[in-house]
Design a binder for this molecule. Structure first.
Ligand code: NG6
Ligand code: CA
Length: 509
């Protein structure tokens, strides 16, 4: 095992050697992205968690490369996933904020996406799990009782088995290849995010009977004894059972791998865990003593293990590049009374970082980021700056695909850093939650913003302040000491750089 960070002094020399080697690199036979939801940097044991053990995630880290500065683009789900799949910063596009369950598809079909690039390169592609990028055409109302398009297929996925948005948003049904699974034509499903359907129970009317009470929001439609966001009527036979969701998604991911084992495949496995509502299967309940949130982490780790074991069973471990990451940082109370707050104890989901989901402090977007590809990715730890927005260009490079100029406008080829050939990643990353922040080397600039500094419901420090903030992450990873006043020149330079990056329509040369 090597520590990629030890290579730093030789960076220049190595960079030259690597660019020569790049042309003769092997291409991954298969690619799997395991994308957790709301999993914090400190939530897995290989990143320092003590009270929860994640042996499968740890195994991936041990056999692969664990990044200490891997970033989602944004502090919430839709924008992060948009960037991952499109290679464009979500803040360049209106309508890429957290979407309701009946939103239209937000990905532009005129451009390449991660799955479309890989499909062109000959991979069979699949999306299994959480979608949250909208379905159907702009301006149209989704008819959940008929085939729904555009969706994953039009974005480049040959196969899909998804939930439309999040588990806390209606409709609470699985959608396979763009049809709701198990819908009964005699009980048509309808969804409305504004108005309740007369006579349907809500999280307010049923509150005393709910399986899990809500703490904020989540009091509209009720499914499986849990209040959700949005109203619905009908479609009862198609409703999921939250306790079985991990098993269901994992089974479909495993079946896809098994079906495709003899030809190249790309699997985007976007788990529901550890997002709310956290309702792990009974076999995981009580495993951590940290309540539903801790148990959902163990369930997530089991899902990872199932994928790794399936690859192993089919002899595909050495042929498959696996990435594990999360769409945004951690949150403890995200709207349900699931005992996550009371039972957190000394577990630190954000590790030493400040903030969490919804925040421009580090914990908002700095997430677990692990890559394994035996014989190709050097194992160890890398401090390279990495961003999910780069995966489109990086995988295009790894699979010999050319991007058109309009494609993936913010995605940079970081294959050398991804494979651990180079200790350098990006020169900068942009962190987004409402407004933007810029990390350049170890300096972190947070642009002034209106809005609350502390989200009362989730207890998140957002980093919104009316004045600029500057932190030196090399000595102050917890972003406690604002140096904006004493480092004025640097603060101004970074503010100008961020404004220029924001104004540009693209950052890929
Ligand atoms: C918020 C929800 C939260 C979660 C989040 C999206 C309320 C009160 N809170 O609006 O529970 O669903 O949106 O999370 O409704 S994400 O990870 O999909 O971005
Ligand atoms: Ca999320």
């Amino acid at each position: 095992m090597i520590r990629v960070r030890h290579l730093l002094p030789c960076a220049l020399l190595l960079a030259t050697a690597f660019s020569l080697a790049a042309a003769d690199r092997a291409r991954p036979r298969n690619i799997v992205i395991i994308y957790a939801d709301d999993l914090g940097y400190g939530d897995v044991s290989c990143y320092g968690a003590k009270r929860v053990s994640t042996p499968n995630v740890d195994r991936l880290a041990r056999e692969g490369l664990r990044f200490t500065s891997g970033y989602a683009t944004s502090g919430t789900c839709t924008p992060s996933r948009f960037a991952l799949l499109s290679g464009e910063y979500p803040w360049r596009r209106d309508g890429t904020g957290v979407l309701p369950g009946d939103a239209a598809l937000v990905i532009d079909l005129g451009r390449a996406t991660l799955p479309s690039v890989l499909k062109k390169a000959g991979y069979t592609t699949a999306a299994v799990g959480k979608w949250h990028l909208g379905l159907g055409a702009n301006g149209a109302t989704i008819d959940w009782n008929k085939p729904i398009a555009p969706g994953p297929r039009e974005v480049g996925f040959d196969y899909s088995f998804i939930m439309a948005a999040t588990a806390d948003r209606v409709p609470c049904v699985y959608v396979e290849n763009q049809r709701v699974v198990g819908i009964d034509p005699k009980d048509p499903l309808r969804v409305d995010y504004k108005n309740p359907f007369p006579g349907e129970p809500t999280g307010v009317s049923e509150r005393a009977k709910l399986k899990m009470d809500w703490s904020h929001g989540h009091n509209m439609g009720v499914v499986n004894g849990i209040g959700r966001i949005g109203y619905y009527t009908g479609g009862r036979a198609a409703q999921w059972v939250d306790e079985d969701m991990a098993d269901t998604f994992t089974r479909h991911a495993v079946d896809f791998i098994t079906r495709e084992k003899d030809r190249p495949f790309f699997l985007y496995f976007a788990t529901h865990d550890i997002h709310v509502p956290r309702v792990p299967h009974p076999r995981f309940v009580g495993k951590t003593g940290m309540g539903a949130r801790g148990d959902a982490i163990v369930q997530f780790d089991w899902e990872v293990g199932e994928i790794l074991n399936t690859l192993e069973r089919h002899g595909l471990t050495r042929d498959t590049l696996v990435i594990l990451s999360s769409d945004n940082g951690p949150v403890i109370d995200d709207g349900y009374k699931d005992s996550a707050v009371e039972k957190l104890g000394d577990h630190r989901p954000a590790a030493s970082f400040r903030g969490g989901k919804y925040s421009r402090f580090e914990a908002g977007t700095r997430v677990p980021f692990i890559v394994r590809w035996p014989g190709h990715v050097r194992s160890g730890v890398s401090d390279a700056l990495m961003s999910h927005v780069d995966l489109v260009a990086t995988f295009a490079a790894l699979t010999g695909q050319k991007l058109a100029e309009r494609d993936a406008p913010d995605s940079l080829d970081q294959s050398a850093a991804l494979l651990g050939e180079s200790p350098r990643g990006r020169d900068y990353v942009i962190e987004h939650a409402g407004k933007l922040a810029l990390r350049e080397g170890n300096w972190k600039f947070i642009a002034p913003a209106q809005g609350v500094a502390l989200q009362v419901n989730t207890h998140t420090e957002t980093a919104n302040l009316p004045t600029p903030q500057l932190y030196d992450l090399s000595t102050d990873v917890g972003e406690k000491k604002n140096l904006a006043a004493s480092e004025q020149a640097r603060t101004t330079a970074m503010a100008e750089k961020l404004a220029a990056l924001q104004k540009a329509t693209r950052t890929r040369p």
